[in-house]
Ligand binder design. Structure first.
Ligand code: SAH
Length: 380
C-alpha cells in the first residue's frame, strides 16, 4: 500500500497540482486549503461544501496531519514552551513570547542541528532529521489552538505595546489569541532545510492559508551564504536575521564552524545583496559571551562590519547551560556594548532572557521536558 499523502506538506499551487493529478478542478484545491488553514479541519468529513464522494476519495489517498503539544510549560514572564512529540521518537519545541498583547512565536525547523555552534545547546545534539513542511506549519496551528483556549494575560496597554518604533503600520489592538510574528529561531538551521521551510513560509503568508504578513516572518541563519540567496530569490519579502556573534574570522571560525566555509566577507556581501523591501533592515544577532566577544573593541568592529547594510542589532546575553564553558557577560559589559551602538545611532535591542526559568531562552531548546511542572497537558 502506498502511504497516504499529507496535504499539509503542500502550498496552494502544489495542492492544485495534486488534485489535478486526481482529475479535480482547481477551485477544489482552494476549498480544501481553506478548510485546512482557516477552519483547522483535521479530516475530510468536516469539509461540508465538498461532495461526500470526493471527500471519500480524498480520504483514501490523503491525510491532514496534526500536532498537539504534549506539554506546555509557562515561565514567570508568560513565555510558553511547547513540546511536540513527532510520533517517531523525536520531539521539537516552540516558544511563545507574549509581549504586551503581541505574540511572537519561535518555531523549530529541524530535530537537532548540524551547524555545531560551540555555544548552542541544540547544536550539541547533531542533526537527527529535517522537519517536514507539515511539521513546521503544525507548530503554528497547535499554538493558535492553545491561544484560543488559553489566551495570555494582558500585561500592558495593548494599543501601544511592543514595537521598536520603525514599524509604523500600527493596526491597533490585537486579539491576545493572535500570533503576530513568526521567527524561525527555534531548533535547527532553517536554511539547511529550505526545501521544507520555503513551502512552510509560503503557507504562512498565503492569504488563503495562515494569513500572516510577510513582514512578520523572520528567518534566522548562522550564515549559509548560497541558501541566503536562494531564500531571497524565492521569498523576497521575508525578514532576514543573521547570527553574527563574532567580528573576526579567527573567533567566528572557532565558535561557528560554518564560518570556515563562508567567512565574514562573503556573509556580509550576501546580507547586502539580500532583497529587503523599503525601509526594512537585516537583524544581526550577537550572542555576547563573557570575556570572549563582549568588549568595546568588538562593538567597534561590529559597527564597522555592518555599517553599509541597513541594520538593527539584537544583543543576546549568553544563556549558560550545563556542559558549556562559556559564561554570561556582565551587566556592565552588556550596557557598555549597547550604549556604544546606540550612541552611534544603531537600532539595538538587548534581549532579556525570556523564558530562562523554563529553559526556553535562546540556545536552550533541546526537545525534551526540562522539569515536571507542566501547567497543562492535552489529551487529543
Ligand atoms: N540556526 C539559526 C536559528 C537559530 S536562532 C541561527 O543560528 O540563526 C537561535 C539564536 O540563539 C541564534 O542567534 C544563536 O546564535 C543564539 N544562541 C544559541 N545558543 C545561545 C545561548 N546559549 N545563549 C544565547 N543565545 C544563543
Amino acid at each position: 500500500m502506498t502511504p497516504k499523502t499529507d496535504l499539509k506538506n503542500f502550498t496552494l499551487p502544489a495542492l492544485e497540482q495534486f488534485l489535478k493529478g486526481h482529475g479535480k478542478e482547481r477551485f477544489r484545491a482552494l476549498q480544501v486549503f481553506k478548510w485546512i488553514y482557516q477552519q483547522d479541519a483535521h479530516g475530510f468529513d468536516e469539509m461540508t461544501n465538498i461532495s461526500k464522494a470526493l471527500r471519500a476519495e480524498l480520504a483514501e489517498t490523503a491525510i491532514i496531519s496534526n500536532l498537539e503539544s504534549e506539554a506546555i510549560e509557562e515561565g514567570s514572564d508568560g513565555t510558553r514552551k511547547y513540546l511536540f512529540n513527532l510520533g517517531d521518537g523525536h520531539a521539537v519545541e516552540s516558544v511563545l513570547i507574549p509581549i504586551e498583547g503581541r505574540n511572537t512565536l519561535c518555531i523549530s525547523s529541524q530535530v537537532g542541528c548540524a551547524m555545531a555552534c560551540e555555544f548552542c545547546l541544540t547544536g550539541t545534539f547533531k542533526l537527527t532529521r529535517n522537519l517536514t513542511t507539515a511539521e513546521i506549519v503544525n507548530q503554528i496551528m497547535a499554538v493558535k489552538r492553545d491561544l484560543v483556549r488559553n489566551p495570555p494575560a494582558l500585561l500592558a496597554d495593548v494599543a501601544d505595546g511592543g514595537d521598536d518604533g520603525e514599524d509604523s503600520d500600527d493596526e491597533g489592538p490585537e486579539s491576545p489569541a493572535a500570533i503576530r510574528n513568526i521567527v524561525l529561531m527555534g531548533m535547527g538551521e532553517p536554511l539547511h532545510n529550505l526545501d521544507n521551510v520555503i513551502p512552510a513560509i509560503q503557507i504562512m503568508i498565503d492569504g488563503n492559508g495562515l494569513q500572516l504578513s510577510n513582514r512578520r516572518v523572520t528567518v534566522s541563519t548562522c550564515g549559509l551564504v548560497p541558501e541566503m540567496s536562494r531564500l531571497g530569490r524565492e521569498i523576497p519579502n521575508v525578514n532576514l536575521a543573521v547570527s553574527l556573534n563574532a567580528t573576526t574570522d579567527e573567533l567566528r571560525n572557532r565558535i561557528m564552524p560554518v564560518n570556515r566555509s563562508y567567512p565574514l566577507k562573503e556573509l556580509l556581501k550576501a546580507c547586502k545583496e539580500f532583497p529587503l523591501p523599503g525601509r526594512r533592515k537585516v537583524t544581526f544577532e550577537y550572542v555576547m559571551l563573557g570575556g570572549i566577544n563582549d568588549t568595546l573593541e568588538d562593538a567597534k568592529r561590529l559597527l564597522k562590519l555592518i555599517s553599509d547594510i541597513p541594520n538593527k542589532v539584537n544583543l543576546i546575553p549568553f544563556n549558560e547551560h550545563e556542559g558549556c564553558e562559556f559564561k554570561a557577560p556582565t551587566r556592565a559589559a552588556i550596557d557598555a556594548f549597547h550604549k556604544y551602538l546606540i550612541d552611534r545611532h544603531v537600532t539595538v535591542i538587548t534581549r532579556d532572557s525570556r523564558g530562562g526559568d523554563i529553559s526556553a531562552a535562546c540556545g536552550q531548546l533541546k526537545g525534551k521536558l526540562e522539569n515536571k511542572e507542566i501547567v497543562e497537558t492535552q489529551s487529543n
